[in-house]
Design a protein around this ligand. Sequence first.
Ligand code: IPE
Ligand code: IPE
Ligand code: MG
Length: 243
Amino acid sequence: MNVPNHIAIILDGNGRWARAKGMPRSYGHVRGCANLESICYVIRDLGVKYLTVYAFSTENWKRSRDEIEGLMTLFRTYLKRCMKICEKNQMRLKVIGDIRAFPEDIQKSVARVEEYSKDFTRIYFQLALNYGGRDEITRGVRRLAQDVADGKHRPEDIDEAVVEGYLDTAGIPDPDLLIRTSGEQRLSNFLLWQLAYSEFYFTDVPWPEFDKAELTRAIEKYNERDRRYGAVKEEQECLRPGL
Ligand code: IPE
Ligand code: IPE
Ligand code: MG
């Protein structure tokens, strides 16, 4: 089995899963969070190098105050535990998204785990918090415009590689496989630039139940696909050798 180098996951369906069990949505988030830890061990054992997960979107602020507060508490607990998870997996954590909108103690916890895990190289784990693809591009464009104004770039020199360097995911290869759990078939503003040539896999299984067997199924499906454009960058170079 050919294991994708980079898997991105929209972990969806916590609320519906809990409701179906007669439990509050917050219970779904707690179980979803526990599942995220389990999936990291699976990813490690399979040899996947990069994992990026969507945990809180720029649109998720529209949820009820109660739910948002519950999620913040959960992020606090998770980030405390995260050092251990990073160590067990030799995993580097990087948060993508604009966490300036988060409570200060969460921002500090993020900085602490990022610093602690920065030299681990077995798994590169990107956690998307207050992340939106449009927001990421907008923030990147703003910084790029400032650098042009400061004379660091000339407009005519701006190409895809330069733009990529201004994204939160600068230096991280694009996902090979995007998975969305729980039935919806939309991107909900996730990695709009980076998913240009990724394979998409949608499943009805809700995130708290998405386990090793489900991930293996997704990878098997991915293996059945013809990834003709998977290596689009190299192909472009072959087709345009003079450029
Ligand atoms: C995904 O589960 C987790 C977050 C977005 C924080 P949801 O909370 O979206 O669960 P559903 O989609 O309502 O079931
Ligand atoms: C996408 O799920 C965002 C995350 C998983 C963090 P949502 O449940 O928030 O997306 P929509 O509202 O169904 O598009
Ligand atoms: Mg949802």
